[in-house]
Design a protein around this ligand. Structure first.
Ligand code: GP9
Ligand code: MN
Length: 655
């Protein structure tokens, strides 16, 4: 009898409810880790850490309910729901970006709100209700078995807190053992989640963001001197054979949405080329085509690529520069060329607030921004994020022709965007058959983009612009994330995607067409950061006085490597992935790993220098010779009725 009574009392205590809540939360989180995230678990210690890392968060947060005598269960359920929501948001985000949500990403969500809807829907499934089952079970338990349970005392939270901290320190200690400097060298969010868990990651992220915003406040003009010295030591002098060869010409940049280099010359099983136009351009001998060129974007995707190309600075480790650092001082290409008589404009079939472009373009010095408001956004003309590439280029022509020459322009395509679905009437190209609908679709949308580009080139030839314009085409970032590696192995005809193949999949094509200049296939390694000095040198603008991190791809002294924003590295001899060095040709680990440690130092310094410029807003302390600092307030994009460079007007500020 007594035993049964004890059991009954035990069952009905809040502590039991709490323990059940933590255990369910733990199981759910661990299941999510296994099902949703590819964290690269290498050894038993990592397996163990992954299994225990949700415990401290569960104890700490759900335990907060114990502080209230009256509403213990209610608070625990609410906290459980909030944590479940955070986990689920990370899951949906990861399904697309292969990455975790950070504070700046949340800021972005505000800016991009409403337009991400379609992508998000395609990433969710009814089965996802599983990630909320623990919350549902707790609600049922609270209303039934534990209905009458009442709290005994509040002291229990102190014990729980002590327990949570101990578990966390134990967890951190083991993690640091496996990965020294885990917290300081946080280039890769996967590592933090793998070792410390998705929830602790968010806490660390919040702390880190508070730290970065204080960096700007604490920076002073002396900070730029270190960067200036670094820059001087790494300046690559132009190649006299190309310097000024495009002087006075117009410039057209085309951002090829999600377009990866493996597509060039790729043939479908029936022998059909996917991108015949881009293939012919790669081999026409009159265009520079770079076949070892890498994207270096982070969470800011398209906008990060834009940032790299026009500033020759690296984007941020977290969030988009376009969103978080749009108030900084820049010395970007549109501003530089603007002071040399160029008119600058962007053409994009999406609304101007996306990626905070309308604010950032002012800081970059763009005279005009032809956004969705200038296009016929009828239902048959739009898909995904905006205008389909064919009507987009077609409608852009009259606006382009209306610009005062010489012009510096950027076209941002959209059709080849995840999930790469096409309207039936827009394609008769066969989809792939690789057992993954996203990968299968990719071939159709890339083919469509290729046709649109051909049409654009034909239009430029027809109106005579082609012969006086430098045209730069670049893939902005990968389109098929690691989540599709199984199908990608089939696409590439390899048994599996190894770390070196995966690094190679980050290649995007770069083309530079200069009228009257012989081009050809270029094998040197480089990345998006290198394009600005290459272009400015072609236009006859020396870059010596600019704070930039790229190296002219056509220079004889071009450095032959590229780094990725997560700290990985590629060169003809070495591929570094997550701190391990591989032979790029065989994919095997290189013997004597420690011999390559200097690569790590080289890339860390380079990223730190660039990050200092961006995070501390250092360009406000530096003006290159011959450059006049621009005032973003002088640029406004008022839509089709009043879009022009304006005298000082009130700014709205998007943040
Ligand atoms: C949206 C377009 C796509 O305007 O640039 O952005 P992405 O999702 O590729 O960054
Ligand atoms: Mn993009």
């Amino acid at each position: 009898m007594e035993k049964v009574g004890l059991l009954k009392r035990f069952e009905k205590s809040h502590i039991t409810f709490f323990v059940i809540a933590v255990v369910l939360f733990w199981i759910k989180t661990y299941a999510a880790y296994q099902i949703e995230f590819k964290l690269g678990i290498d050894n038993n210690l990592q397996k163990f850490l992954l299994a225990i890392n949700p415990i401290s968060s569960g104890l700490f947060f759900i335990g907060l309910g114990l502080l209230s005598k009256k509403h213990t269960k209610k608070i625990m359920i609410i906290i459980n729901f909030v944590l479940s929501f955070l986990l689920y948001a990370n899951i949906v985000y990861y399904r697309f970006f292969n990455d975790f949500i950070t504070v700046p990403v949340i800021m972005q969500a505000k800016t991009n709100a409403g337009q991400l809807g379609d992508s998000a829907n395609s990433l969710m499934s009814p089965l996802d209700i599983f990630y909320f089952t623990d919350t549902l079970i707790l609600i049922v338990l609270a209303l039934t078995i534990f209905k009458k349970a009442s709290a005994k005392n509040r002291k229990s939270y102190k014990i729980v807190l002590l327990f949570a901290v101990t578990v966390f320190l134990f967890n951190l200690g083991l993690a640091e053992k496996d990965r020294p400097q885990l917290l300081t060298r946080s280039f890769d969010r996967n590592y933090l989640v793998k070792y410390l868990g998705a929830y602790n990651f968010t806490i660390l992220d919040v702390i880190q963001n508070i730290k970065t915003s204080s960096q700007r406040a604490l920076a002073s003009s002396s900070d730029i001197t270190t960067v200036e010295n670094y820059r001087k030591a790494h300046y690559t002098a132009p190649n006299p054979a190309y310097f000024g060869k495009a002087k006075g010409m117009n410039v057209i940049y085309v951002s090829l949405e999600s377009f990866q280099n493996f597509m060039i010359d790729y043939k479908m099983p029936n022998g059909q080329e996917v991108t015949p136009f881009l293939n012919s351009l790669a081999h026409d001998g009159n265009t520079f085509y770079f076949d070892n060129f890498y994207h270096q974007t982070g969470q800011g995707k398209t906008s990060d690529a834009e940032f790299l190309m026009e500033n020759s600075l690296y984007p941020l480790n977290q969030g988009a520069v376009f969103i978080n650092k749009a108030q900084n001082t820049y010395q970007a290409t549109p501003a530089i060329l603007g002071q040399k008589g160029y008119t600058s404009a962007v053409f994009h079939g999406n609304y101007k607030t996306f990626w905070n472009r309308n604010v950032m373009y002012r800081a970059l010095g763009y005279d005009q921004f032809f956004d969705a408001e200038y296009y016929n956004m009828s239902p048959e003309n739009i898909k995904n994020y905006g205008m389909k590439d064919k009507p987009y280029f077609q409608e852009s022509m009259s606006m382009l022709e209306g610009l005062k020459q010489p012009f510096y322009t950027k076209f941002i395509t959209l059709s080849n965007h995840f999930p790469f679905e096409m309207d039936k009437q827009d394609t008769n190209f066969p989809a792939g058959d690789f057992g993954d609908s996203v990968v299968n679709n990719y071939f159709q949308s890339a083919h469509y983009m290729d046709e649109a580009l051909k049409q654009f080139f034909d239009a430029l030839k027809a109106d005579g612009l082609y012969d006086k314009t430098v045209i730069v085409l670049y893939g902005d970032h990968y389109g098929l994330s690691e989540n599709h590696n199984k199908a990608m192995a089939k696409v590439l005809g390899v048994p599996k995607i190894t770390p070196t193949i995966n690094a190679k999949l980050q290649e995007v094509p770069l083309y530079i067409h200069v009228p009257g200049v012989k081009g050809g296939v270029q094998h040197q390694f480089g990345g998006e950061v290198d394009v600005r000095p290459t272009l400015l040198h072609l236009l006859g603008v020396d870059t010596k006085d600019y704070i930039e991190f790229g190296s002219d791809l056509l220079s004889k002294d071009h450095r032959n490597w590229a780094l990725f924003r997560n700290g990985d590295y590629v060169s003809p001899q070495v591929t570094e992935v997550s701190g391990k060095f591989y032979n790029p040709d065989t994919g095997e680990l290189l013997p004597n790993q420690s011999a390559y440690k200097s690569i790590n130092d080289k890339i860390s310094t380079e990223l730190q220098m660039s990050d200092a410029v961006v995070n501390k807003d250092l360009l406000r302390f530096y003006t290159p010779k011959g450059f006049k600092p621009i005032d973003p307030n002088e640029y406004q994009y008022l839509g089709p009725k009043g879009n022009t460079k304006q005298p000082k007007v009130q700014t709205t500020g998007a943040q």
